[in-house]
Design a protein around this ligand. Structure first.
Ligand SMILES: CCCCCCCCCCCCC/C=C/C(=O)SCCNC(=O)CCNC(=O)[C@H](O)C(C)(C)COP(=O)(O)OP(=O)(O)OC[C@H]1O[C@@H](n2cnc3c(N)ncnc32)[C@H](O)[C@@H]1OP(=O)(O)O
Length: 246
């Protein structure tokens, strides 16, 4: 197996040619940071998962669940903004655009929907996306951690590239139903909206913005889903994917 190393552009990664294919090999600093990041995120989502199960066992209802776990959720989901930076600086081989859409839609759900509109926090759809995100993230971050440590159990790899087939549509359903449930409150309160006349001479209606966000799932979600299906074929079935540069 012939291999040669070249400079990877000062981001802690070097490019290694293996069987004629370029593969990025991470430097020690980048690997150490990513291991720390992924361990912290696995732990964070595990704490969240355990807290949700404990809450449900103790109270026997989902009412109040979001409120009880929201601090942990907000912290770890917001921390995931670093993922966009990882892609941008090149220590992670993923599209900034794909990761950006994924992370921003989650941040939006957490801060601009669930946090801001208290009346919808007890909706079943909130619990649906919370459970789906939690299972997804525990699997995803533990996959990255074990992968970086070069000790990846097959069931984690299998779970990473199979669970999403069901979890992704389920998560999207939870998110869309939650935004839909928020619409009447947004319309009634006029929250985050700017009406004319005002000194900036601009108007913004959060209600219609939310409707546009809901419609934007139609073109965007399939792209994320097909991206994951391609990753699945590449990782589980060894298919060579021709990658486009960002
Ligand atoms: C202002 C408002 C905006 C609103 C916009 C609305 C529109 C939104 C439309 C869509 C909404 C989607 C909503 C999402 C809901 C859910 O999440 S539901 C739950 C189910 N979800 C999932 O299963 C997906 C979870 N997310 C992801 O997997 C990622 O975010 C991703 C970007 C989609 C994954 O892509 P990618 O990273 O390319 O896949 P991988 O195969 O995992 O990784 C590729 C390579 O990169 C390495 N890598 C990636 N991250 C890390 C890391 N943290 N640490 C170390 N390494 C990492 C990975 O190992 C791979 O490396 P190689 O094997 O060497 O290629």
């Amino acid at each position: 197996m012939a291999s040669s190393e070249e400079d990877g552009g000062g981001n802690g990664a070097v490019e290694e040619k293996e069987n004629g294919k370029k593969k990025k090999k991470l430097g020690v600093l980048a690997t150490t940071w990513l291991i720390f990041y992924n361990v912290a995120m696995t732990a964070g989502w595990l704490v969240l998962g355990i807290a949700m199960v404990r809450f449900y066992i103790q109270k026997g209802t989902h009412r109040g669940l979001f409120r009880s776990v929201q601090k942990t959720l907000k912290f770890f989901q917001t921390f995931a903004l670093l993922e966009v930076i990882h892609c941008a600086v090149g220590i992670v081989r993923t599209s900034v655009l794909v990761t950006g859409v994924q992370v921003s839609s989650r941040i939006f759900m957490v801060w601009f929907i669930a946090h801001s509109i208290k009346q919808i926090q007890n909706e079943e759809s909130v619990i649906l996306f919370l459970v789906v995100w939690t299972v997804t993230e525990i699997t995803r971050y533990s996959f990255y951690t074990f992968n970086l440590l070069n000790h990846l159990p097959y069931f984690i790899k299998w779970a990473r590239y199979n669970f999403f087939i069901v979890l992704y549509p389920a998560g999207v359903a939870g998110e869309l139903l939650t935004i839909y449930a928020a619409l009447p409150y947004v319309k009634k309160t006029g929250m985050f909206s700017l009406r004319l006349p005002n000194k900036y001479n601009v108007s913004f209606d959060y209600y219609y913005f939310l409707i546009i966000v809901m419609f934007s799932y139609v073109p965007l979600f399939p792209q994320l889903y097909f991206h994951m299906l391609r990753q699945r074929r590449r990782v589980l079935h060894g298919e060579v994917i021709v990658e486009k540069d960002d």
